[in-house]
Design a protein around this ligand. Structure first.
Ligand SMILES: *Cc1c(COP(=O)(O)O)cnc(C)c1O
Length: 399
């Protein structure tokens, strides 16, 4: 059975709407968002979706995270606490602003930052906390918000894998107002890269409710150039602008986002039901999950063997998600700028035993897709059951 992949048309929602959007922009003659209308419209639509005042479109998720670090304004050498299980795009912007990443350990049930581990690392040079909603599961951002407020820190939410992830009701009850991930941090970041829920190839957005942070990020994304004030450069900045072509495709994709996430939720819940009670595996909690990937944890280890068995059956599964947690990445050994180790003189990333064990032994991820059918779910359930409960006589998961 073939599993649709996000690298192929069968696993994407790219169609006539995106083609029409591109044609509209190309025929307009204006491909640059400084003078065009598409990127500004995308920003309005994303801000409205999240109920925040500002969205700023930029060239990638990594660029968005760089803008978020710029907004947090660390002094050189200041520390930003983040997770070792994430894309390197979360961490690179910390270095780009001459700040120091401090890795806190994760909750072994879902790989998201453990607020107690974060609290233990807050010191005099800590400037911000960067949380990642890993694989689309809500990170514990309410607890991190409280920590950040108690210590005067910025909170950044990396929502690159978490389009329409929902946060738990703070009152603990069945509140009716959905709170989306990205609405608790001072700044949140989204990605439109090829492998995300929706895509324009590459692209990113930041969200913030703060006018001053929005101004700083907008300036940095456009060479420090306040376009309302002549040709004058108010601040240091780069060119992180999104093009009109990216924005037009992203707007067409945004219209399809609710359907994408709903379909992923439907099949992920089917798989959860089929795997209920299987020994030796900790299943993900479905509440609020946006199912970028479908992660499982094998507390006793053996993730690589399980992934190998699933791959042999044609299922796109991988152990660990990363080759090594980012606190073990080779980058920390080398110079950062030229031959200099600045800003990492004397730096050694902290051990993160839970993250290390997840990546090496216990975490397995299955690529997820809005075009999976019950047949895909059935095959995954059958192969996982064969591996984890070989003598199972479960009648619902036969051949
Ligand atoms: C993809 C991703 C990024 C980086 O986004 P790009 O658009 O690829 O630059 C950052 N953080 C996380 C968690 C991601 O999944």
């Amino acid at each position: 059975m073939k599993f649709p992949s996000m690298a192929e048309p069968e696993g994407r929602t790219l169609g006539d709407e995106e083609v029409a959007a591109l044609e509209r922009v190309i025929r307009s003659g204006m491909l640059n968002s400084v003078w065009g209308t598409e990127a500004r419209a995308l920003e309005r639509e994303i801000a409205e979706l999240h109920g925040v005042r500002h969205a700023i479109a930029c060239s990638s998720g990594t660029a968005a995270l760089h803008l978020a670090v710029v907004a947090a304004a660390p002094d050189p050498g200041d520390e930003i606490i983040t997770t070792p299980i994430t894309d390197f795009g979360t961490v690179a912007p910390i270095l780009a602003q001459n700040a120091v990443p401090v890795f806190a350990d994760v909750d072994p049930s879902d790989g998201n930052l453990d607020p107690a581990a974060v609290a233990a690392l807050i010191g005099p040079r800590t400037r911000a906390i960067m949380a990642v909603h890993l694989f689309g599961a809500p990170a514990r951002v309410d607890e991190l918000r409280a920590l950040a407020d108690a210590h005067g820190l910025a909170l950044i939410e990396d929502c690159a894998q978490a389009w329409l992830t929902e946060l738990p009701d703070p009152a603990g009850g069945g509140g009716r107002d959905v709170r989306l991930a990205g609405t608790v941090g001072d700044v949140a970041c989204l990605s439109l890269q090829q492998w995300k829920h929706i895509t324009c190839g590459d692209g990113g957005l930041t969200l913030t409710g703060d006018d001053e942070l929005a101004r700083r990020m907008r300036l940095f994304s456009d060479k420090g150039w306040d376009r309302s004030a002549g040709r004058s450069h108010a601040a240091f900045g780069l060119n992180y602008r999104m093009t009109e072509l990216q924005a037009a495709v992203a707007r067409a994709q945004l219209a399809k986002l609710p359907g994408v996430v709903a379909a992923r939720r439907r099949t992920a819940v089917q798989l959860l039901e089929a795997l209920q009670g299987l020994p030796g595996v900790r299943l993900p909690r479905p509440e609020g999950h946006a199912w970028w990937l479908f992660p499982v944890v094998l507390p006793g280890g053996g993730a690589a063997e399980l992934a190998g068995k699933l791959r042999a059956a044609g299922i796109p599964a991988r152990a660990g998600y990363l080759d090594e947690p980012l606190n073990h990445a080779p980058v920390w050994q080398g110079p950062i700028y030229g031959a200099s180790r600045y800003p990492l003189q004397g730096y050694a990333p902290r051990p993160c035993p839970e993250a290390e064990r997840m990546v090496a032994e216990t975490l397995m991820v299955i690529d997820w897709n809005e075009n999976y059918t019950p047949d895909h779910v059935h095959l995954i359930a059958r192969e996982m059951t064969r591996f984890l409960a070989p003598s199972s006589s479960r009648s619902d998961i036969g051949d």
